[in-house]
Ligand binder design. Structure first.
Ligand code: COA
Length: 466
């Protein structure tokens, strides 16, 4: 624990959930696949793009970007994370009842990516080995995987044949070259094993939701990169996450899971707070918005106002622009307040550790946050995690989960060390890969799935290269 005083945390025992005799369902294991190529952002990239490296490292919070090689796409990355998950947890194909894939980098307008993934896995486990496993693709920008997780958890709760489920996030985050989105790109896949009596996290099955039609980020049919209204997307993200948080708070109170007493806040009952991570700095903006929103209803309000003064009120301003400027300045002061910084470093900051060296992996980025906490061994049995997922367009889902007693029994993944082994590439090679102009892979595939050809009909052919 860092900071001046003890954080109020109210962890839960897992014994009291669920209360009606059903077994808890949740995340039993997690596997992360990151491409073997990396572009450092503070060297040649920042020089040639004319960007101060300080802006990237401090202002955006990113140091390196994961880049897929010529033989990789979202389907190969998904297959890689699934293969690793199956090996780590000794899963046989026939045990898996459903594979739900969250992606916004789909390889086909109709065919589910999971069928390509199953095709690849069957090259390892044998033809037909997954034929009783169903698969569907969830598209909802960066929140697709979270909706997949929510749906799969309901299926799992009613499943009575001992089957398990897998949720895979896989994306290549891609913006036009030299655009403001470029330095937030990344690529990777996260596979989550969902089971009854899970070893890592039991889901509390409380989902707070928010949806609104927005044009913050979208990719019209046929476009290779997204249309992004960047600053607007930041604001949509904050609005949606606050809306989902309020919805969660009401549902958690109705279910009796989080019932704050006099002066207490909902976030007092959350030990680690995860967010969608389009770039690490966004996590700071989002946590400042959520904690401020929550604290202003509790005893923290007095302490905050003692440090930075009272919040501006819209009714006190005739000119809306003047109010907005005062409001933005107050948000910045809140984000620099000692109260917030203490909670940020204790409950939020470490979730962005892997993202700083990988970049945005869109729908999997919030689970990369979970992998960061696991790698840093920050989770203790009984702690409650809050998840705030966001997808442009736009939707947010806020949900919670409890760390399980068996968390220490899982083998380490060594992700932080593995990132150091990636091959650094030049700006020119990155640009060729970005534009699809690289004929040969930079690193010859070995012990991995590879896209071998796209035939005259557009069907994709994959192989396992050993
Ligand atoms: N040193 C340190 N910090 C610097 C700096 C420097 N030299 N120059 C700028 N900064 C800071 C800015 O002050 C700002 O921080 P602040 O908010 O505390 O003031 C931060 O860097 C970002 O700078 P800004 O100019 O606002 O960002 P940008 O024009 O690069 O745009 C995005 C950022 C996220 C809008 C853009 O990358 C984007 O469109 N990304 C894709 C969409 C996306 O990820 N949306 C997120 C929601 S889903």
């Amino acid at each position: 624990m860092t900071g001046k005083k003890e954080m109020p945390t109210m962890s839960r025992s897992t014994e009291d959930m669920p209360k009606d005799g059903r077994q808890a369902v949740g995340i039993d294991d997690i596997s992360v696949y990151v491409p073997g190529l990396v572009l450092p952002l503070t060297g040649e990239f920042s020089q040639k793009r004319g960007i101060d490296p300080g802006k990237l490292v401090k202002g955006i919070g990113i140091e390196q970007m994961a880049v897929p090689d010529a033989h990789e796409d979202a389907a190969t990355m998904a297959a890689m994370s699934l293969l690793d998950l199956m090996k780590r947890s000794h899963i046989r194909p026939e045990e898996i009842g459903k594979i739900y894939v969250g992606t916004e980098s789909s390889t086909d307008e109709a065919k589910a990516m999971g069928t390509y993934v199953i095709g690849m896995l069957e090259k390892v486990y044998g033809r037909g080995s997954f034929q009783e496993c169903s698969t569907v693709e969830f598209k909802a920008a960066c929140i697709g995987t979270t909706f997949a997780l929510e749906n799969l958890s309901y299926w799992l709760a009613g499943e009575d044949e001992g089957k398990i489920g897998v949720v895979i996030a896989s994306d290549v985050a891609k913006y036009p070259l030299a655009s403001p989105g470029e330095y937030t790109q990344g690529a990777g896949s996260v596979a989550l094993l969902l089971k009854k009596n899970p070893r890592i996290l039991a889901l509390e099955q409380i989902y707070g939701s928010f949806t609104r039609d927005e044009n913050d980020f979208f990719r019209p049919m046929g476009c290779k990169t997204a249309v992004v209204n960047g600053k607007h997307s930041n604001q949509c993200y904050l609005d949606a996450v606050i809306g989902a948080f309020d919805s969660f708070a009401q549902r958690a109170a109705r279910k009796g899971a989080i019932v704050p007493g006099e002066g207490q806040c909902v976030t007092d009952f959350i030990d680690h707070q995860l967010f969608h991570i389009p770039y690490p700095r966004m996590v700071e903006y989002a946590s400042a918005a959520v904690f401020r929103h929550d604290w202003m209803k509790g005893s923290q309000k007095k302490e905050i106002e003692g440090e930075i003064g009272p919040e501006p009120k819209a009714q006190d301003f005739r000119d809306p622009a003047e109010y907005q400027a005062k409001e933005a300045a107050y948000s910045r002061s809140f984000a620099r307040s000692s109260q917030f910084l203490q909670v940020y470093s204790a409950k939020v900051r470490d979730t962005a550790t892997l993202s700083r060296k990988i970049g945005n992996i869109y729908t999997g980025s919030i689970y990369l946050g979970l992998a960061s906490l696991l790698e840093l061994e920050r989770l203790l049995a009984g702690q409650r995690l809050g998840f705030a997922a966001y997808g442009s367009g736009c939707s947010a889902l806020f949900f919670s989960a409890i760390v399980q007693p068996d968390i220490g029994s899982l083998p380490r993944r060594g992700l932080i060390e593995r990132l150091e082994e990636r091959r650094q590439i030049t700006l020119s090679d990155y640009e060729k890969l970005h534009e699809g102009m690289m004929e040969e892979s930079l690193v010859t595939p070995e012990m991995e799935f590879a896209l071998s050809k796209i035939d005259h009909q557009g069907y994709r052919h994959y192989e396992f290269v050993d």
